[in-house]
Design a protein around this ligand. Structure first.
Ligand code: IPE
Ligand code: IPE
Ligand code: MG
Length: 235
């Protein structure tokens, strides 16, 4: 049997924390706590099996519309886990990057984000993109605005714009497009995740809530990915 191919870039929409909490008769914040724990487990496992780029959707531009208490609990968890990441991931050769509008976060969280990025910049292993205050549409608009500014300043000619150049204005500049997108929780939608980059990604949906998503489920998704035939519009 041929060896399975590990997709170079995997994206995961970490969904289902709220339903997990409900199932366990706990407040939603406890579901987020369980989800955050699992974020570490799955990140480590992805790195171990040789995923080169892992993008995890942690907080969307639309998630601000949740009750203040829930948003507050999420912000608290982000701080705890980034502090922990500063300690732990450092031994693991994982480079952490943030995609999204980090300026939308409180100053102390922004500071932590910068620290994690700086401390992990020399790492040469898996790139972990944390999508926080991320929206695919916002990312595309931001890229278009940045290109327009460059064009206006004469740094680039509008006629130079093509898909490759436009990609360089996105948060994911320089990284390959995702090969595989996994969404646990049972929902089958993209929810504004990596809209541009997903053009030819394979999608795998699971009826598992994110806190219950196990390393074996990542393996299972990779097996499904390997059973697919990617055609990219060809034959
Ligand atoms: C995903 O879990 C975490 C975030 C969106 C921050 P949810 O909180 O969306 O969980 P469900 O969808 O309500 O179960
Ligand atoms: C998508 O999940 C965002 C994250 C997992 C961070 P949501 O729970 O916000 O998505 P919808 O509302 O079900 O589309
Ligand atoms: Mg959800």
């Amino acid at each position: 049997m041929p060896e399975r191919e590990i997709p170079a870039h995997v994206g995961i929409i970490m969904d289902g924390n709220g339903r997990w909490a409900k199932k366990h008769f706990q407040p939603r914040s406890m579901g987020h706590r369980a989800g955050a724990q699992n974020f570490r487990t799955i990140t480590r496992y992805a790195s171990k099996i040789g995923v080169k780029h892992l993008t995890l959707y942690a907080f969307s531009t639309e998630n601000w519309s949740r009750p203040a208490e829930e948003v507050g609990a999420l912000m608290g968890l982000f701080k705890d886990y980034l502090r922990e990441a500063l300690r732990d991931f450092m031994d693991e050769n994982i480079r952490v990057r943030f995609i999204g509008d980090v300026e939308g976060f409180a100053p102390d969280l922004q500071e932590l984000i910068r620290e994690v990025e700086e401390a992990s910049a020399p790492k040469t292993g898996m790139v972990l993109n944390l999508a926080m205050n991320y929206g695919g549409r916002a990312e595309i608009v931001r890229a278009a605005a940045a290109f327009a500014r460059d064009a206006q300043a004469g740094r680039v000619a509008p006629s130079q714009l093509d898909e490759g150049l436009f990609s360089r204005y996105l948060y994911t500049a320089g990284q390959p497009d995702p090969d595989l997108i996994i969404r646990p929780s049972g929902e089958q939608r993209i929810s504004n995740f990596l809209l541009w980059q997903c053009a030819y990604a394979e999608f795998v949906y699971f009826d598992i809530l994110w806190p219950d998503f196990k390393p074996q489920d990542l393996d299972r998704a990779i097996d499904i990915y390997n059973s697919r035939q990617r055609r990219f519009g060809g034959v």
